[in-house]
Design a protein around this ligand. Sequence first.
Ligand code: 2M8
Length: 447
Amino acid sequence: MTGTSTGAVRAPAELWQLAVDTLESNWEHDHTVPSRTLYPHQWSWDSAFIAIGWSHVRPERAWRELASLFRAQWADGRVPHIVFNAALPVGSYFPGPEFWHSAVADAAPTAATSGLIQPPVHALAAWLAYRRAPSEQGRSELRRLYPRLLAQQRYLATHRDVAGSGLAAVVHPWESGVDNSPAWDAPMAAVPADVAVMSAYRRHDTAHADAAHRPTDLDYARYVAIVASYREQRYRDDGLADRHPWLVECPLLNAAAGAAEHALARIATVVGADPGPHRERAARITEALLRRLYDPVTGTFQPRDLRTDRLIPARTALGLMPLMLPDLPARPAATVIEEACSARFGVARRMDRPLPSHDRTAPDFEPLRYWRGPSWLNLAWLLRRGLRDHGRPDLAAGLRQSMIDLVARSGCHEYFHPDTGVGLGSPAFGWTAALLLDVLADDDPER
Ligand code: 2M8
């Protein structure tokens, strides 16, 4: 890695303090915003990653973070991907609460939220927060969260098993968390949309970040069209297969659901419930991921477009994510590790560049544009867990060092240039700070 955005290389103690200060400055009464400028509300999977960070410094905040998110859980079990802060002025984020209009849905809570979900990394976060600081408060927080985490999993396994395959479908690129990944190009191209509709809206992101780094206006026209279609049906999930314009089975979201069952099995033993059903469900998800999304030719996982019933050929970092499943069998685990170590992703004991979000040898690799190439700490953190669980602590250590180097040189940015390590996007980003604390503490007794 060569250039940096600040040129500074920080010592571990200074780095720790920078991450704590970032979380403190993003704390907002009962949750942490991903970024004060770009994302001033509460985001679902951000809160889970952020709770892991808080557990190292202020455990009570980890519980408040998760509790506030789950207070906005819908009656059908979905955990909304954005919980809006009613105190913020109209126009603080696009699309805001007036666009989502969650009140149209029978299952929605009183708080204004989006109608979408994000990868369910919350059970894992709750388990890690508890392991980090096991206490009576932690046990009672786990007891409170457990039924809500169960409902979240039940929503995915019932409402979202659109193909009856044993996997959950995502209905919008925002649900995947990797919004404009090249993996979504083909299914997005099939969504009818006219870029002119964007003249009716004011994008908030491009006022705070370089437009050349963000999704395009045409992407946004399609994002808006897909939400409009779901909203018209009052965010109901019955009949999705017949009418919804965008339906995909994503390896990351489903691997997170499997990892959630493993975490719930552990939580169950603390709260006095039976861990057995969680282990069985975890095994079923792993089996379904292998059956539906593993491509034996490439040796990696690929999303399935449910509109064409075909695997999407783009080799993005999504394909590496099922390594987070501790019960992934040895053969696919080995081929995924091979993919991670290939020139496409460059994982090594000593990494000269950070993990990219997309195949760096692909013609559509874009080192500056959001999820189309830049390096993100959450993907590296998830992959690192998988490498440790699958017997490669040496590679996990290389990835860990590359994460630390990124922040040491560039600060707690949202994402980073995958060749130079220059910081991009928001300069004070919640999950970067939180996951950095976690890897610095390197304390993960139960893995
Ligand atoms: C990004 O997504 C939002 C929409 O949800 C956006 O672009 O405005 C993604 O990086 C997503 O993964 C993340 O949760 C969110 C907040 O950090 O920002």
